[in-house]
Design a protein around this ligand. Structure first.
Ligand code: AMP
Ligand code: GLY
Length: 420
């Protein structure tokens, strides 16, 4: 079959890598793609936020299956447009993607299905929000309701910090995303990610992971999109996964269906684990980045069969087969990230690295210029390896990092520390 993947990051490179290995795949196109993706698929320059442009491209290229990577096209209704055109699609409708696109909506769903999550209140005006923070005290969490590229959440350690966050949000710092603000109880504990495929009725867990959000070693410094990840996450035990399915994921799927807006795609549950229980921190309506890179290295070609079963509404017949293995990815970022960073530096040493089912360098932000791979984003490479143990996966990944010649880039040297 001919397959189109929308997106341009390490997540999409990992999805394309897994899909490409499945014999069902004939033509594989990624839009817009990047320099790493171009080594294994065709790249097409289309506006992935424009549903009619995506449909027209699919029709012109006889696409049989569309896989939507990032949240922006989901929130923009691209899955609605492709489904309306009769195209088999992986990814939720705009209504269902509100589980990521609106934090207030997610809270409403948790209330409706009694899923454990932080206590909260929601506001559309500054004065009552400020008064609420004054009565609740700190630590407290202030969130812009809408999509804010991961920057709309302030975990405030003092009341002053929370008040400043409220002023910023209602002052327009996050645009329309900050028109409504959710203020939440601070949850202590350890965070982990749980990935579940659902066709709207059936649910199939496909793995756990933990990422490292802070830029500095020992989890210090500013937040980033994620500096590394590993799978599985030992903290998410089988018992906790069962609790999360029973109390959070399955009730959410049922509530979405009951409302006439069934959720179809991957549900990424961010969980906070404390005292042997987990609570929902947030949902994402897509695969995690860089978590997908470790999930795909572990799943390999079967990932396509699972995504197809999900899109075709037959997940009840699907099964994920796991080796008893571990995968770890180290993000290499441009010096300066997550602040200002330079673009255009040349990355050497990549072509000498073997690409196998146990090690892959996924590209997150690269461009091919004059025959050379150059850095074009903040997060640039995801150096990913698999092993019988997490320690082995980690050693393999850092051996690859050490073989890459890129003085203008950096990485954390402690990815995996929590689990090791
Ligand atoms: P979110 O975008 O909702 O995932 O929030 C970003 C990060 O903020 C999460 O990954 C958590 O580390 C943190 N966070 C969000 N909500 C809470 C909460 N209620 N308590 C503690 N930390 C939180
Ligand atoms: N790694 C966090 C995310 O994808 O949202």
């Amino acid at each position: 079959m001919n397959i189109l993947i929308l997106g341009s990051g390490g997540r999409e490179h990992a999805l394309a890598w897994a899909v490409k290995q499945n014999p069902k795949t004939d033509r594989l196109i990624v839009a817009p793609g990047n320099a790493g993706i171009a080594q294994l698929a065709e790249c097409a320059d289309i506006d992935i936020l424009d549903g009619s442009a995506v449909v027209a491209f699919c029709e012109a290229n006889a696409i049989d299956f569309v896989i939507i990577g990032p949240e922006a096209p989901l929130a923009a209704g691209v899955a609605d447009a492709t489904r309306a055109a009769g195209l088999l699609t992986f990814g939720p409708s705009a209504q269902a993607a509100r589980l990521e696109a609106s934090k207030a909506f997610t809270k409403e769903i948790c209330d409706a299905c009694a899923a454990p999550t932080a206590a909260y209140a929601r506001f559309t005006e500054s004065a009552p929000a400020r008064a609420y923070v004054q009565t609740q005290g700190a630590p407290i969490v202030v969130k812009a309701d809408g999509l804010a590229a991961g920057k709309g959440v302030i975990v405030a350690m003092s009341v002053d910090e929370a008040l400043a966050a409220i002023d910023d949000m209602f002052g327009g710092e996050f645009g329309a995303a900050g028109a409504e603000v959710v203020i939440e109880e601070f949850m202590a504990g350890e965070e982990a990610s749980f990935f579940i495929l659902t066709d709207g009725v059936n649910a199939l867990p496909i793995g756990t992971a933990q990422d490292h959000k802070r830029v500095g070693e020992g989890d210090t410094g500013p937040n980033t999109g994620g500096m590394g990840a590993y799978s599985p996450a030992p903290v998410l035990t089988a018992a906790l996964q069962a609790q999360a399915m029973e109390q959070i994921v399955l009730p959410t799927i049922a509530e979405m269906a009951r409302r006439g807006t069934p959720y179809q795609g991957v549900l990424y549950a961010g969980l906070m684990i404390d005292g042997g229980q987990c609570r929902l921190v947030e949902y994402n309506a897509r695969f995690g980045d860089p978590e997908t890179q470790v999930l795909m290295l572990r799943l390999g070609a079967q990932a396509l069969d699972l995504l197809l079963a999900c899109a075709e509404g037959r997940l009840d017949q699907a099964r994920a087969t796991w080796a008893d293995d571990h995968a770890l990815t180290v993000v290499m970022a441009a010096n300066g990230y997550p602040g200002a960073y330079t673009k255009g530096s040349v990355i050497g040493g990549l072509s000498a690295l073997p690409e196998t089912s146990s090690q892959m360098v996924f590209h997150a932000g690269t461009t091919l210029r004059d025959g050379q791979i150059t850095a074009s984003g903040g997060r640039v490479l995801n150096v990913t390896a698999r092993g019988a143990t997490l320690a082995e996966a980690q050693a393999r990944a850092y051996a690859m990092v050490d073989a890459i010649d890129w003085p203008e880039g950096f990485c954390r040297r402690d990815i995996g520390w929590r689990a090791l």
